[in-house]
Write a protein that binds this ligand. Structure first.
Ligand SMILES: [Zn+2]
Length: 386
C-alpha cells in the first residue's frame, strides 16, 4: 500500500503548470509554516484559493507556489503528479557573485524540474508531530525506491538549495534532519523504526502578558527552544545582539517566552534561558531582571487584541485601528494584505487585499471563505496567536 494518496489539483499556471519535469534527482523536504493546518487544507489552498486570487491580480503580484506531496499526522496527499513540475524550490533568497545562491549542484539550474517537493505540516506550536515525521519517512522511502535514490544523499532540505529557512525545525536542528534520512534508509531495508517523541509536542503557549523589547547578550548566541527545558527541540539559534520580544511574566524556572521576527518577516517563538536576554533598562543599568517580571498579572492583556463584530469591504472603505489590528494579526501568521507593499499593506483600511488575506487564512483553516472578518475568523486568529 502506498504511503500517500493521489488527489490532483486542476492544471493552472500558478500552482500546477502541467509541465513534465526532467526526471527526479532529489527529494526536497519543506515545512508548511501554517501552524495546525493539515494536508487537506493545503490541497484546497493550492487547488482553489491561490489560483482564484491570482486571477484578479496583476502579473507582478501573482504568487507561483506549490509542492507535490503534503504530509500530516494522519495522511499524505499528492496534489501534483510526480512527473510534473511544482513550484517549490527555485526561489531566490540571496545572491553570490551576482547569481542566485544554489547549494545543490545536481539541481541546477532549476530545482523544480529535477525534484519532488514533500511538505511536512506543523503543529500549533511550530513543531513536527512524530506521526507526521514517521509518515514523511514512509513517503520518502517509497519515492527513493521508485526513483532509485539514496536517502542519505538524495533527500535535501529546501534550505540546502536556496538558503530559505525551510523546513525551519530542521534548519535550526540539522541533526533532526540527519536522523530523519537515517530512518528513511532503515525503512527501505525493512527495519521497523520509531520516531522519538518530542517532549509534550502539543503544549502550546497559553500565558498572556505584555511583550517588551529584549536583546540577546551571549557571545555564543542563545538557543530558542520549543519547551522550557534545555533538552527540548531547538527552534533557532539567536546570535548575540538579536532583538527579541520577551513576554513579561512568562518566566518559569529561568525559562521565558520570546518571539523573534527575522529580516524576511518570518516570526519564530519559543523559550530561552532569560539570564541571556536583557531589557533596555537592564542594559542601561547593567542590572539583573527584576523579580516582578516572573509573576504574571491577571489583568495583563494578550498582545493581539482583535475587534469584535464584522468587517468587510465597504464603500467607502472601513478604516481605523480595528482594521489595523486585524491586518497585523493576519500578517503575523504570514497572510499579508500585500506582501510587496510598505509595511506588508497594513494600512488600517479594509479593502480587497485585506479581504483576500482573510480569504486565504479562512481557506487554510477550514472556515467559510467569504473574506469577511467575523466571530469565527476572530476565534481562529486568537487561538493561533495566543
Ligand atoms: Zn520550503
Amino acid at each position: 500500500m502506498s504511503a500517500y494518496r493521489n488527489q490532483y489539483i486542476d492544471i493552472n499556471k500558478w500552482t500546477r503548470p502541467g509541465i513534465k519535469n526532467n526526471g527526479v534527482k532529489k527529494l526536497v523536504v519543506h515545512y508548511t509554516a501554517n501552524p495546525g493546518a493539515p494536508a487537506a487544507n493545503h490541497y484546497r489552498y493550492f487547488g482553489q484559493t491561490l489560483p482564484a486570487q491570482n486571477r484578479n491580480l496583476s502579473e507582478k503580484k501573482q504568487t507561483f507556489a506549490s509542492a507535490h506531496i503534503f504530509v500530516d499526522r494522519t495522511e499524505a496527499i499528492c496534489i501534483i503528479p510526480l512527473n510534473e513540475v511544482a513550484y517549490h524550490a527555485n526561489d531566490v533568497q540571496q545572491f553570490v557573485n551576482g547569481q542566485p545562491y544554489r547549494g545543490v549542484a545536481a539541481l541546477k539550474p532549476n530545482a523544480n524540474f529535477l525534484s519532488i517537493g514533500v511538505e511536512l505540516c506543523i503543529e500549533k506550536n511550530g513543531t513536527f508531530h512524530p506521526d507526521t515525521i514517521a509518515r514523511a519517512e514512509q513517503v520518502c522511502a517509497e519515492l527513493c525506491k521508485m526513483y532509485k535514490l539514496d536517502p542519505i544523499n538524495d533527500i535535501v532540505r529546501h534550505y540546502d538549495i536556496t538558503h530559505k529557512i525551510c523546513p525551519a525545525p530542521w534548519v535550526s536542528n540539522s541533526q533532526g534532519f540527519v536522523d530523519f534520512k537515517t530512518r528513511v534508509k532503515k525503512r527501505m531495508a525493512g527495519v521497523v523504526v520509531t520516531v522519538p517523541a518530542v517532549s509534550n509536542p502539543d503544549v502550546t503557549h497559553t500565558d498572556t502578558g505584555r511583550f517588551i523589547k529584549n536583546t540577546v547578550v551571549s557571545s555564543d548566541g542563545l538557543v530558542l527552544r520549543t519547551q522550557r527545558s534545555a533538552s527540548s527541540s531547538m527552534v533557532l539559534n539567536l546570535p548575540n545582539g538579536t532583538v527579541v520580544k520577551y513576554q513579561l511574566g512568562s518566566t518559569v524556572n529561568g525559562w521565558g517566552y520570546v518571539e523573534y521576527t527575522n529580516s524576511k518577516g518570518q516570526t519564530f517563538h519559543g523559550y530561552v534561558n532569560v539570564s541571556y536576554i536583557k531589557s533596555d533598562n537592564e542594559l542601561k543599568s547593567g542590572g539583573k531582571k527584576k523579580a516582578t517580571s516572573s509573576k504574571p498579572k491577571s489583568t495583563q492583556k494578550s498582545k493581539f487584541s482583535l475587534p469584535a463584530g464584522t468587517f468587510k469591504v465597504t464603500n467607502p472603505l472601513t478604516r481605523g485601528e480595528s482594521v489595523k489590528q486585524i491586518q497585523t494579526a493576519l500578517a503575523t501568521l504570514h497572510y499579508y494584505p500585500d506582501k510587496n507593499a510598505k509595511n506588508f499593506g497594513i494600512d488600517g483600511a479594509y479593502g480587497p487585499k485585506t479581504a483576500n488575506a482573510v480569504k486565504r487564512f479562512q481557506s487554510m483553516y477550514g472556515l467559510r471563505q467569504d473574506g469577511i472578518y467575523g466571530p469565527d475568523t476572530k476565534a481562529k486568529l486568537e487561538a493561533l496567536l495566543k
